[in-house]
Write a protein that binds this ligand. Structure first.
Ligand SMILES: [Zn+2]
Length: 289
């Protein structure tokens, strides 16, 4: 089965070697670079565009992505107001790209976006305020003033589908595209287990009491740096009450109804999540399982 989008990268991240500056410099000479501009990867003929180094990129933020067999891959951030003309492909929205790129390119571009985006927002030391330096191919920033080390963030988010008997509850956030109903989601807070975060979010968003929580699958989600932890939650009753703020509508769907919707046999005022999102796999795997 195909991996959940943004996972399944074929690259060897060479984490045991990328801290060696001489090794990394040799990789860069032979490297291919995926350019980004305003968080958008360069896409050419529905593939992530990998280009040889160009001298005009000197001084730009560059990160090492890994080895594709023996081919070193990097990403370079071409920051600036106007779109750089590279004579090849076009910079395309990351989400939209995920629908057209092969799975491996989506994973590689997602890794690059999450890393470059982190560097853009973490140029200064949170400990002392001094400008920090990139090291380890982009997997660490070092503060020359106070010696603090900073590592790229990954923020855990729970995403859960409440289940009761033969039905699951889906909801709609006012931020969603029109008609979309999906699983519920929220950031895990400090001092909270994944299971506790699932129960708290369901209580806050739809006043639903949940019991057992089971983990299903995860997805790296580079908007900007989340790891989605997909779970099922056993609902203790059908009653729910939307909070009207995070969630503006919710409804129970039977397995039969979900199957019919996944097969596009129902056309009405509701859409289920697209195949780019882990919510799609949570809903699909439950309905077809
Ligand atoms: Zn510092």
């Amino acid at each position: 089965m195909a991996p959940i989008p943004f996972s399944g990268s074929p690259l060897d991240r060479a984490s045991d070697r990328r801290g060696d500056a001489a090794w990394l410099a040799a990789q860069a000479v032979a490297g291919l670079f995926l350019p980004f501009w305003q968080n958008r990867p360069l896409v050419s003929q529905d593939r992530a565009a990998l280009l040889p180094w160009r001298e005009e990129w000197r001084g730009r933020t560059c990160v090492f992505l890994g080895l594709d067999f023996i081919q070193p891959l990097f990403a370079v951030d071409l920051a600036g107001e106007t779109e750089p003309a590279l004579g090849e492909g076009a910079f395309q929205d990351m989400r939209a790209s995920a629908f057209v790129l092969p799975a491996r390119d989506t994973a590689i571009a997602g890794q690059a976006k999450a890393l470059l985006d982190w560097h853009k927002r973490h140029g200064f030391c949170p400990n002392c305020g001094h400008a920090t330096d990139v090291t380890d191919g982009g997997y660490r920033r070092l503060c020359p003033a106070c010696g603090a080390e900073h590592f790229p963030r990954t923020d855990p988010v729970v995403i859960m589908l409440p289940i009761l008997g033969d039905a699951c509850l889906v909801g709609r956030s006012p931020r969603f595209p029109a008609l979309l109903h999906s699983a519920f989601a929220g950031f895990i807070e400090p001092g909270e287990s994944m299971e506790e975060a699932v129960r708290r979010e369901l209580w806050e968003e739809v006043s639903l009491k949940a019991g057992a929580v089971s983990y299903h699958a995860s997805q790296p989600w580079p908007f900007p740096s989340s790891l989605m932890l997909g779970c099922y939650a056993e609902a203790q009753a059908r009653d729910f009450k939307i909070d009207g703020h995070e969630i503006e509508a919710a409804r129970w769907l039977t397995k039969d109804e979900v199957r019919a919707r996944l097969a596009n046999k129902i056309e009405d005022d509701m859409k289920l999540p697209a195949t780019i999102a882990i919510a799609h796999y949570l809903i699909r795997d439950w309905a077809l399982g």
